[in-house]
Design a binder for this molecule. Structure first.
Ligand code: PLP
Length: 427
């Protein structure tokens, strides 16, 4: 528009055009993908961050933001039982953190020569992950200049976790072919089914082979706030880097990714840049987070994490996570009690992977019915589920991860399932 408009008109259009066209991620019936939690303290912090509108690129451009980031990352590491002595930084997304891990691995393996002279003449580096790993790893491998054809997607077991003996065989084959194995990405809570790779076994392998181990706990990482779920990250102290997303399951508005590294110096050496106009007198004494990742300009993301951690406390957060996991167990048990459903993956956290599989029909018919069932469920407008494929099977996914989720949502979803199954053909 050439001329400014009255804000009342703009806001009326927001309500009329935008809101009805949004997918409502904070709705209690949102069971799709993984949640992107919000919460009142986090929203308030986002408003303050927007109002302050500060650039947190170096310590001097926002001292309180830099100091707070350091402090909340310490709190988060403590809350989730991360190895002591690691350093944390807030990134925008897990995809970015994983890219940072791959770049740091690349630089360490080349004694920082790739940064200096480029990748020419350094050989072909290979990266390993499971066939269930999130696509951000493939994207990171592409962007890091390693070449997608050098990413090995290792076979998983019947729990959808990476098989270490297959990993070992792949590394050996690549070495024999003259390639340079570089890094492994293991996952705590895969996107399709929340599978957990055997970290300790993978870490031992990485140590023996001299490979960087990055652990992607983007979703599952929040769960280790519960001490009884710390076994999920057993062996993490042997890894090199770890990412998880408070912006998924820890009540903190997108975007807020927690990236932790064992060797802070390696990270900084990979990303450091020192133009004259950014030099200050205290660079040796403080954290300048511009050197801890890709971007220079940074939002004040630590504030929302601080508000959330202080408002809920460790106990409040644990109570919510535990409740979600229990709802998933209840839902899975109720499906099994109905007999015509199969649970297609272990219910490790708060995600249930299932399909409608009535005994009087066969596999091929289940494959046709389940996409239809998903479409019908979502068309009710009361719930939103998404799907995946596990071991070749079309799989419905129901996540119980909204702060507002209670047993009422389990009952509601079961009722809708019953209603929509009755409307399917071939009943
Ligand atoms: N890793 C896993 C296991 C995920 O499930 C996801 C997203 O759902 C990601 C990485 C990417 O997260 P982000 O959107 O923060 O890049």
């Amino acid at each position: 528009p050439a001329q400014g408009e009255p804000f009342a008109d703009i806001f009326a259009d927001f309500q009329r055009v935008i809101v009805p066209g949004m997918t409502h991620w904070q709705h209690p019936g949102f069971h799709a993908y993984f949640p992107a939690n919000s919460s009142p303290p986090s929203v308030l912090a986002e408003m303050l961050t927007a109002t302050l509108a500060a650039q947190c690129m170096i310590w001097q451009t926002s001292p309180a933001a830099a100091e707070l980031e350091e402090r909340v990352m310490e709190w988060l590491g403590h809350l989730c039982g991360l190895p002591s002595g690691w350093s944390g930084v807030i990134q925008d997304t897990a995809s970015t953190a994983t890219l940072c891990a791959l770049l740091t691995a690349r630089e360490r393996a080349t004694a920082w020569q790739a940064n200096q002279a480029g990748l020419n003449g350094l050989g072909a580096f290979t990266v390993y992950c499971s066939s269930e790993t999130h696509s951000s790893v493939e994207k990171g491998v592409k962007i890091a200049g390693l070449g997608r054809q050098h990413l090995r997607k290792i076979e998983v077991d019947d729990q959808f976790a990476l098989r270490p003996e297959q990993l070992q065989a792949a590394i050996a084959a690549d070495r024999a072919a003259g390639l340079r194995p570089l890094a492994v990405v293991a996952t705590v809570g895969t996107t399709s089914s929340c599978a957990v790779d055997p970290l300790r076994a993978i870490a031992h392998l990485c140590q023996a082979e001299g490979l960087w181990l990055h652990v992607d706990g983007a979703y599952g990482g929040t769960a280790t706030a519960l001490p009884e779920l710390r076994p999920l990250i057993d062996g993490l102290e042997l890894a090199d880097s770890y990412v998880f997303n408070p912006h998924k399951w820890m009540l903190t508005n997108f975007d807020c990714t927690a990236y932790f590294v064992k060797d802070k110096a390696a990270l900084l050496r990979t990303f450091e840049i020192m133009p004259e106009y950014l030099k200050t007198g205290i660079d040796q004494q403080v954290n300048n987070y511009r050197d801890w990742g890709i971007q220079l300009g940074r939002r004040f993301r630590a504030l929302k994490l601080w508000f959330v951690l202080r408002s809920y406390g460790a106990e409040g957060i644990r109570c919510i996570i535990k409740g979600h996991n229990q709802l998933a167990q209840q839902f899975a048990a109720a499906l099994l009690a109905r007999q015509h459903y199969q649970i297609l993956a272990p219910v490790n956290l708060n995600l249930v992977c299932f399909r409608y599989a009535p005994a009087h029909l066969r596999e091929a018919e289940w494959e046709t019915l389940n996409p239809q069932l998903l479409a019908q469920l979502n068309q009710t407008g009361q719930v939103y589920l998404s799907h995946t494929r596990l071991a070749g099977r079309y799989t419905l996914r129901a996540v119980f991860g909204q702060p507002t989720n209670t047993e009422a949502q389990v009952a509601n979803l079961l009722r809708l399932l019953d209603e929509q199954v009755a409307r399917l053909p071939m009943q």
